[in-house]
Write a new protein. Structure first.
Length: 272
């Protein structure tokens, strides 16, 4: 009887995301949780994390380093490991590099707006590059929109808001360097619709890939091109989950990571 019970539990755990997502060839699951799973490819140079917002998983943008000047706002920089350990409360599954920042300064603001747990932490916009905005409402669904408007940041229905770049923005696109992206998946929902809500949030972090390669990888996981946000890259592309970690290369010929410190991390959770 005990064998049968264990067999049923094992089969159920393997089918966590089978209703809407399938694992592409070349990727294997290396860590699983209730609502969050981590995969890597056979070359061990790409990690993919899947978070089921309706199945126990959660995403929060509150992983800021210590504040230097709240009125600006600006922050000290900390390693991703420190940001992970500082927020290692019950249910923490991973820390992923967060908002863009000034890598030349030890104290820096963040380049684009961030709202977390209903509070706006920064509304700065440092450039005019094409943007995409990633939002999660209080009902646990994610939305990805083109462009940026402060109305999204001020929308009381949105608990978490993060502004990134359109994936077609050229960020040394042909160089094989560290890359990170966020995507959303919902079966049967056309991402061009304004009301398209995503149940699954996917994080892609690579050691050394071109932009076109990352877009192909995201597509293989079912992420439509309209539902992909480009985040920071080079040595800033990082992910830590339990004993696992991946750290991006800052240049094509530099394979050793620089473990770059950062002011902000995205935190993911299980058992929410």
């Amino acid at each position: 009887m005990r064998f049968l019970i264990l067999l049923v539990v094992s089969i159920f755990s393997l089918q966590t995301f089978s209703a809407e997502l399938s694992t592409p060839s070349g990727f294997v699951k290396i860590r699983n949780g209730n609502g969050a799973d981590l995969y890597r490819n056979s070359a061990n140079d790409v990690y993919v994390q899947v978070v089921d917002l309706q199945g126990g998983g959660g995403v929060s943008f509150h992983g800021f380093a210590n504040s230097y000047n709240p009125s600006v706002p600006s922050f000290y920089r900390q390693s991703l490991t420190s940001l992970y350990n500082n927020n290692n409360s019950s249910g923490l599954f991973s820390a992923v590099n967060g908002q863009f920042f000034d890598n030349e300064s030890s104290i820096t603001g963040v380049a684009f707006p961030v709202k977390t747990q209903g509070l706006i932490r920064s509304s700065a916009v440092w450039d005019n590059l094409s943007k995409r905005i990633f939002m999660i409402n209080y009902s646990g669904y994610a939305y990805i929109k083109n462009g940026y408007s402060s109305s999204y940041l001020n929308d009381s229905n949105m608990k978490e808001v993060l502004v990134g770049l359109h994936p077609n923005v050229n960020k040394s696109s042909v160089l094989s360097i560290g890359r990170s992206y966020i995507g959303g998946v919902t079966q049967g929902c056309n991402p061009s619709y304004a009301t398209c809500a995503h149940r699954y949030v996917l994080f892609f972090v690579a050691k050394n890939k071109r932009q076109s390669q990352m877009q192909s990888i995201a597509s293989s996981w079912g992420v439509h091109s309209n539902s992909l946000v480009m985040m920071d890259g080079s040595g800033s592309a990082q992910m830590k989950s339990g004993f696992y970690g991946i750290y991006g290369s800052r240049a094509p010929s530099v394979y050793a990571p620089d473990y770059r410190a950062m002011p902000h991390a995205i935190l993911t959770y299980e058992n929410q």
